[in-house]
Design a protein around this ligand. Structure first.
Ligand SMILES: [Fe+2]
Length: 145
């Protein structure tokens, strides 16, 4: 898959993940509720920023970003989940799995851009990879037994 299509997959994942992070933010329960509630808020603020930034970089290169929720659902590789009460561990494991998938996709996009000397996408996605690396460390530390 080319980066033109991968950017739309990444964008679709951001749209889905922003909603999914709210589900966890609202429905997590347990003694660390406040920490996980605030942590997920910091993450959906980032995913929402990325969502706009990725679509704008697509426009800069004459591409048409996806805009419909139905298209996001059809193209996303992350999966929606139903609302329920999440334990702290469930909540953090859900976030960690999606973040690993987003980090892997961001790396693929970054590596292909590097082959094409596309420094705009390289710079942008290296920033996203740094963000994921730090937050994946937070998640490992929070999930440590
Ligand atoms: Fe909130």
């Amino acid at each position: 898959m080319s980066n033109v299509n991968k950017l739309n997959v990444y964008l679709s994942n951001l749209a889905l993940w922003t909603a999914k992070l709210h589900n966890i933010h609202w429905n997590v329960t347990g003694q660390a509720f406040v920490q996980v509630h605030e942590f997920t808020e910091s993450l959906y603020d980032e995913t929402f920023e990325q969502y706009d930034a990725v679509a704008e970089v697509q426009k800069m290169r004459g591409e048409m970003p996806l805009v419909k929720l139905s298209d996001f659902l059809a193209n996303a590789t992350l999966k929606e989940i139903d609302a329920k009460d999440f334990t702290i561990t469930e909540a953090l494991q859900l976030v960690e799995a999606d973040m690993k998938a987003m980090s892997a996709l961001a790396r693929e996009i970054r590596d292909e851009a590097d082959k094409n000397d596309d420094c705009q996408i390289v710079g942008m996605f290296e920033g996203y990879l740094d963000f994921y690396a730090k937050k994946l460390w937070f998640l490992r530390a929070m999930l440590a037994k």
